[in-house]
Design a protein around this ligand. Structure first.
Ligand SMILES: Nc1ncnc2c1ncn2[C@@H]1O[C@H](COP(=O)(O)OP(=O)(O)O)[C@@H](O)[C@H]1O
Ligand SMILES: [Mg+2]
Length: 412
């Protein structure tokens, strides 16, 4: 092992050698493919809770404290201003209270508040999202999120964080902190932890939310948020992708119109593994600021899209994800056995467009290399104009074609 002092991020040098940055020092490490596989297996077992994790806190999906320990620059002034506001409004009492940002999101400020012995989370919507493209959205979505948490918490206690307080005028709310013992599903999937029970629970919870809120005029009035859904979903995902892929533009536009004209039940709008925390006996859904009374196919397709993309990320590994997809689908339909005529076709069509939207829209996934991004484009283009729109056919094609991928260069 050679230690230098060049500043560099994690870089792949050759297949068998990596450079990693530890506290400003560069560490060159040799790592054979067999050793890498052993480490991978150990990581997997650790994440499944069988042995204590051996990797750094920063990489671990398991929580034992906030993810981002330091505040800097703009974030610092925004956090101290927010803390003052919370003090003035009476939600924070101790002079020693502190805010620590929680990492992950692109659309809000979100902090862990430690006030004496109390710990909770506060969230405030940002007018401009933290992505490369300009993307602005109405901050009233913070009130929709709060209303959605209250609604789902009443119907399915424990499935969302408990709301502690809200200030709609100032655009923030406080909620229960889900700390130790919770893992983020996206991090688990990226680390190769593929647990069928997680997918089943996600399918069940989503199906229950949709079934229990279907045909409810009061909820339809409360979540009449199509303008918000347009700003946060239809425009940046579907319409932007249509502009960037002119050959498929008409499909994107038609789908956007169809979606925005549908009113069936309460839709989460961001039902993605990154917004799902898992503990032994509990699955908690976060981040419903896109809550909308609309088309449930959106949530199902959105989640499936993430499972498809995780397979691509791991390909040719990750064959287990096929079972997760099947079980998610099966449990959803157990909770909501009559999803309506054309359900599967609707979901699959939207799923294809969302696959492309996650590489060409305004919020591209960060974990695919250029070859994999191109694969998504070619695959989706090949599925239009016609084709079988059953989930099984799509899964078969996706898993068969991604199986041919060479193993990715070593990842940290
Ligand atoms: N109640 C909570 N308890 C613990 N961690 C949370 C809580 N709410 C959010 N987080 C963490 O903060 C991240 C960002 O929160 P989220 O509500 O998803 O914000 P954004 O809208 O910015 O994506 C989540 O992915 C999760 O890791
Ligand atoms: Mg989020």
């Amino acid at each position: 092992m050679i230690v230098g002092t060049v500043s560099a991020a994690v870089v792949v040098v050759r297949n068998r050698r990596r450079v990693r940055l530890f506290a400003g020092k560069v560490v060159f490490m040799r790592c054979s493919v067999r050793r890498r596989d052993r480490l991978f297996e150990r990581k997997k077992r650790a994440l499944a809770g069988i042995v204590a994790p051996r990797f750094s806190e920063h990489q671990s999906p398991w929580r034992s404290g906030p993810h981002t320990p330091k505040l800097r620059g703009v974030q610092m002034s925004s956090a101290s201003e927010f803390l003052e506001r919370l003090r003035r409004d009476g939600w924070v009492r101790s002079s020693q209270a502190r805010l620590t940002p929680l990492s992950g999101g692109v659309s809000s400020e979100i902090y862990l508040v430690e006030d004496d012995t109390e710990r909770f989370v506060v969230k405030r919507a940002l007018p401009k999202l933290k992505v490369r493209d300009d993307w602005f959205a109405d901050v009233s979505r913070n009130a929709s999120e709060h209303a959605c948490l209250e609604c789902v918490g009443r119907l399915l206690p424990g499935v969302v964080p408990r709301v502690r307080f809200a200030n709609a005028e100032a655009g923030y709310f406080g909620m229960e902190y889900l700390g130790d013992g919770f893992a983020n599903w996206k991090q688990l999937l990226l680390h190769g932890v593929f647990e069928v029970r997680h997918a089943r629970r996600a399918g069940l919870v989503l199906g229950e939310i949709h079934r229990r809120t279907a045909g409810d005029a009061e909820l339809q009035r409360c979540f009449d948020t199509t303008a918000n859904f347009h700003q946060l979903r239809t425009a940046p995902y579907l319409l932007t992708s249509g502009e960037r892929q002119p050959a498929l533009r008409d499909y994107f536009v038609a789908e956007a119109r169809r979606l925005e004209a549908t009113r069936e039940c309460l839709v989460h709008g961001d039902f993605s593994p990154k917004n799902i925390l898992l503990a032994n006996e509990r699955l908690v859904v976060l981040d419903c600021e896109v809550a909308w009374y609309g088309d449930p196919a959106f949530d199902a397709a959105f989640l499936l899209n993430h499972l498809f993309l995780k397979r691509l990320y791991h390909a040719p590994r990750g064959g287990e994800l096929r079972e997760l997809i099947g079980e998610f689908w099966r449990e959803y339909l157990t909770a909501r056995p009559a999803p309506g005529e054309g359900w599967e076709e609707r979901v699959v069509n939207l799923l294809l467009l969302l696959l492309l939207a996650r590489v060409d829209g305004k919020s591209p996934v960060e974990y695919l290399d250029p070859r994999r991004v191109q694969f998504v484009r070619d695959f989706v283009r090949g599925c239009f104009p016609a084709g079988d729109r059953t989930l099984r056919t799509l899964v078969d094609a996706w898993f068969a074609r991604t199986h041919a991928f060479p193993a990715p260069a070593q990842r940290s």
